[in-house]
Ligand binder design. Structure first.
Ligand SMILES: NC(=O)c1ccc[n+]([C@@H]2O[C@H](COP(=O)([O-])OP(=O)(O)OC[C@H]3O[C@@H](n4cnc5c(N)ncnc54)[C@H](O)[C@@H]3O)[C@@H](O)[C@H]2O)c1
Length: 358
């Protein structure tokens, strides 16, 4: 079998994955697509691609014959671009979240379930080194049954919502804090492989830090999610809160123990208590990078997470197995945030998740 041909869409996250696919012996990057011609030409040169491999038009890009499409475009484009790529016969690795609307999620579900192509959502937080270590602990039964978890993702990216100088509004103006929930829900749900969210409520609909129109300016949203097995998950989200550095933290409580990460940036010291092993909480290292991975494994932007994520995605193609974050899990991690935002806008009602994929 020749190398799998990879096409990258969206310079930024697309090309972050590109640096990993370029170094993987199974794949080669053969095409780039971006609506920004200047970026396209610059990155085309970096990848050593001919002008004929650079596209501003997604339809023509799909005609170039890629085996794999890596989507690093803004969330509102994911639904159309995933469906078109799957229908064109490509496997898809898509940036988070699955889609920005419920209708878009439904179209992705229908396309993936009716075509023999792999779809994986690139939820890189699930692949951070500590998250993989936590999964091993949970899979070994050391936490018992998980009944409560929480995740805060507070990352001030005001300049990606609105340009402070020109006032230009970016696509994130339309992204409510809880729409971007998979970084929070993902690492928690992967500790609960047989469980999923069935209902939710949320609070937070005021924009006082940046008092502009648009859900992307909402100060902070807090969602409460109930799972099929009765666990509760709390998620706190903001893109504008006055906090530096970013807060990306997780806690999980099971009947036999608990795990907590710290609150200082991505790499920090957390705590573990496991009944029968620990007399009290003991410090644990929270790191995004696997210390034993090769240096090139750190090129994806978030420790070694993208490197291992790509390996799993390629394994699923080569061995024809289910990707770890397949369409079902992608929707489990994406749709609850869309519904929770609706709940917040309706004053904090509880809402059922429309589980069309279950
Ligand atoms: N996993 C992570 O850690 C992480 C971090 C940042 C962003 N993201 C995700 O990555 C995606 C992109 O976010 P971003 O901040 O890089 O977006 P962005 O606005 O910077 O756009 C990325 C690139 O896509 C191009 N583009 C825009 N629309 C396009 C289209 N229709 N077709 C082709 N190219 C197009 C833009 O010119 C730009 O070069 C989003 O889904 C976001 O949620 C994930």
């Amino acid at each position: 079998m020749g190398k799998l041909k990879v096409g990258l869409v969206g310079i930024g996250r697309g090309t972050a994955y590109g640096s990993i696919f370029t170094r993987n012996p199974l794949t080669e990057v053969t095409a780039l697509c971006d609506t920004n011609e200047e970026k396209l030409e610059k990155h085309g040169r970096d990848y050593g691609l001919a002008d004929t491999a650079l596209f501003t038009d997604y339809g023509r890009f799909l005609e170039s014959g890629c085996d794999i499409v890596v989507l690093g475009t803004p969330m509102p484009y994911h639904a159309d671009e995933v469906v078109d790529a799957i229908e064109a016969g490509c496997h898809v690795l898509s940036e988070v979240t699955a889609a920005s609307t419920l209708e878009g999620c439904e179209r992705i579900w229908n396309a993936v379930r009716t075509h023999d192509r792999k779809y994986m959502m690139a939820e890189n937080c699930c692949y951070m080194h500590f998250a993989k270590e936590w999964k091993e602990i949970a899979d070994a039964g050391k936490l018992g049954d998980i009944y409560y978890a929480e995740a805060d993702y507070v990352h001030e990216i005001r300049d990606l919502v609105i340009d402070a100088v020109t006032g230009e509004e970016k696509w994130r103006v339309h992204r409510a804090p809880l729409h971007y929930c998979s970084h929070s829900l993902g690492p928690i749900l992967q500790l609960m492989p047989d469980d999923y969210i069935v209902s939710c409520t949320a609070s937070g609909n005021r924009a006082t830090i940046l008092p502009h129109e648009g859900v992307g300016f909402i100060d902070m949203q807090v969602g409460l999610f109930k799972t099929k097995k009765g666990a509760t998950i709390k998620v706190c989200r903001s893109s504008v809160a006055t906090r530096k550095t970013p807060l990306c933290t997780y806690s999980v409580y099971g009947t036999k123990g608990c795990l907590e990460s710290g609150r200082t940036n991505y790499n920090n010291t957390g705590l573990r208590y496991i009944e029968g092993e620990d007399n009290a909480c003991v410090p644990i290292t929270i790191t995004t990078s696997d210390p034993n991975a090769p240096e090139e494994a750190k090129l994806g932007g978030h420790g070694t997470s993208e490197y291992y994520l790509v390996r799993d995605f390629l394994d699923s193609i080569v061995n024809n197995t289910k990707p770890p974050i397949d369409v079902v899990r992608a929707l489990d991690m994406s749709v609850p945030g869309l519904i929770a935002h609706e709940a917040a806008m309706e004053g904090g009602v509880w809402k059922e998740i429309p589980l069309f994929w279950r």
